[in-house]
Design a protein around this ligand. Structure first.
Ligand SMILES: [Zn+2]
Length: 241
């Protein structure tokens, strides 16, 4: 039986396997007992730049610390440009790498580049994912440098198309962050999308460490419940296959 959704329920998600998520973000979250999901892909420059992207051993470390490792596909391609078979292969590849490194099998998914489509939803539903996170679009047009979106409303949103309530980036600041968190009332959930803290590879999704510390202080001062996307299953029925 699912628990009622408390006000101040926040899902924290971090995309792309950026090294600062392990070195800077994880210790801060750990100290507060916060959950979070780290969405891993071998796309972008994950394979070339091991100073800025985590190794699989480091990803296994996050899993061992109790954080959720989510599937962000092998190559970080727009799912709408892939055939169903290509998308499934890229999902299975990340599952396999997780298994090889002793990481728990991902139960949630994140659409690369915030692009989703009906076909992809069917592929990930058939694969057995419980929840999947998208960007702010189509409800709110995405500003490439961060912005506000809708809160996740389990009454109206497909669990495989969970909107981003706040996407961190240069155009997203403390006022936006507070606004996003304050949407988590009346059965709705705030879902936050961050990348590197800092993100030296992609300036348009960067979060400054001082800003991140201020965000976390706000969550703590507000008494928020901060969880991974997979932990939504405590409060919400995911996909029932
Ligand atoms: Zn990504």
């Amino acid at each position: 039986m699912a628990e009622p959704i408390p006000d101040g329920l926040v899902c924290l998600t971090f995309d792309d396997g950026v090294k600062s998520q392990l070195t800077f973000v994880a210790p801060i979250l750990k100290e507060l007992g916060y959950g979070a999901t780290f969405y891993i892909s071998e796309g972008l420059r994950f394979l070339e730049d091991k100073t800025r992207y985590m190794t699989w051993e480091e990803i296994a470390d996050l899993d061992g610390q109790g954080f959720e490792i989510g599937n962000h596909t092998r190559a970080h391609k727009n799912v709408n440009d892939q055939t169903d078979e290509e998308l499934l292969d890229d999902i299975l590849y990340i599952d396999r790498l997780c298994a090889e490194h002793g990481i728990r099998k991902p139960t949630t998914f994140c659409y690369p580049g915030y692009a989703h489509g009906e076909r992809a939803v069917t592929v990930i539903r058939n694969h057995g994912f419980q929840f999947a996170r998208r960007g702010t679009a189509p409800d709110v047009e995405y500003d490439r440098e961060g912005g506000r979106g809708l809160a996740y409303d389990p009454e109206s949103h497909d669990p495989l198309l969970i909107p981003t309530t706040g996407a961190a980036g240069p155009n997203y600041g403390m006022d936006d962050f507070k606004w996003s968190v304050d949407q988590a009332v009346d059965g709705k959930v705030c879902v936050l999308t961050l990348h590197g803290v800092p993100d030296l590879d992609h300036a348009w999704v960067n979060t400054d460490p001082e800003d991140f510390e201020a965000y976390i202080r706000y969550l703590n001062d507000s008494g928020c419940t901060v969880i991974s996307l997979a932990s939504l299953s405590r409060y919400v029925d995911g996909v029932t296959n």
